[in-house]
Design a protein around this ligand. Structure first.
Ligand code: BTN
Length: 337
């Protein structure tokens, strides 16, 4: 009922009367008042005016299951939300949920992680109150060899979802500029040359069959600074936009974009239909990069991606190569991008 009341308050410009709410849910007005009090305690600015009812004057950055359920409007992506104030890692929660039979699209979200994991065995700092830590469960009926492309589908969805949510949350009439969100191949999300978000994709599969895929996303939203070791490469939305943002609508916008992009991906089971949008956000395109492999590191010029997600680079001797994200990493010649 709390989720529904939140929706009613958001969808109504003026006031919703206690009577309307109690009739809609078949509960007493005292029960309605109790929910309103809870919402106020959680930080929502719900105004209560005698003879008029309730009005949502403002929403702070609340992260609860009800808040997420009330803003996510998709068919399958994030329709089932498991929310944790604190957990080890949302990727681990999704793996467990998947093993227990959770449906495609189940989303785990945490306010804080005690064992957040990054790519290449690194850890992912996950303090409370400022970031998005979420993982989604996918059960794609595609060959396991195609699964790595899902990371790029998610990168596209994260970049687009963040951009859309910024357009809604930042007020351009107040002088706020919407910063450009880009992708560093294959899947780091970038603002002004610094890392804003990372994606960790894991798969449970047999040789020719995917049991499930877990895609974890960590987004720096409201941090005001970073530890010395990552200060030169990490940034948050708040640091770039100059104001705190609500995390739940960002998650909802990403789920919407994912649902659409995933359908496009499934049509061809590759990135053909997403090439244009991915390429338009690709920060490496047309830049000189360092390609760091196990055997060699070399300098090359990045040209773009292939429909299966490899980065096309031109070596200094003029030969072109398609490089695979599983085998190499790429850095800018003069820094992170
Ligand atoms: C990277 O190294 O760039 C990937 C970081 C991925 C972090 C996210 S936070 C939510 C999910 N749970 C984890 O333990 N990791 C991912």
């Amino acid at each position: 009922m709390k989720t529904e009341i939140l929706r009613m308050l958001r969808e109504t410009d003026g006031y919703v009367s206690g009577q309307q709410i109690s009739e809609r849910f078949g509960v007493s007005r005292t029960a309605v008042w109790k929910v309103i009090r809870q919402l106020q305690e959680e930080g929502y600015q719900v105004e209560a005016v005698r003879n008029r009812g309730y009005h949502m004057a403002g929403s702070p950055d609340v992260m609860t299951k009800e808040e997420l359920d009330s803003v996510i409007r998709t068919k399958w992506a994030g329709r089932e939300v498991c929310y944790y104030d604190m957990t080890d890692s949302t990727n681990l929660r999704i793996r467990q949920a998947a093993d227990e039979g959770a449906p495609h699209g189940t989303l785990a979200v945490a306010d804080c992680q005690t064992a957040g994991r990054g790519r290449r065995g690194r850890s992912w700092e996950s303090p409370a109150g400022s970031s998005i830590y979420m993982s989604i469960l996918l059960r794609p009926e595609i060959a396991p060899t195609r699964a790595s492309m899902l990371t790029l589908v998610m990168a596209c969805s994260v970049a687009e979802g963040i951009s859309r949510s910024l357009e809604e949350q930042l007020d351009p009439s107040g002088g706020a500029e919407i910063p450009r969100i880009q992708i560093k191949w294959p899947n780091d999300i970038i603002i002004n040359g610094k890392k804003l978000a990372g994606i960790l994709t894991e798969m449970s599969a047999q040789i020719d069959y995917i049991n499930y895929v877990t895609i974890g996303v960590g987004i720096n939203v409201n941090q005001t600074g970073f530890p010395e070791e990552i200060r030169s490469t990490a940034v948050s939305l708040r640091m770039e936009c100059g104001q705190a943002l609500r995390r739940a609508p960002i998650i909802a916008a990403i789920m919407e974009r994912l649902e659409e992009n995933y359908a496009v991906f499934l049509k061809t089971e590759d990135l053909t239909g997403l090439m244009e949008q991915y390429s338009s956000m690709l920060v490496n395109r047309g830049r000189d990069v360092q390609v760091i492999g196990e055997k060699e590191t070399y300098r090359a010029h990045a040209l773009g991606i292939t429909p299966t997600g490899e980065l096309v680079v031109r070596r200094e001797d003029g030969t072109e190569e398609e490089i695979n994200a599983g085998e190499v990493s790429v850095r800018g010649v003069y820094g992170y991008v």
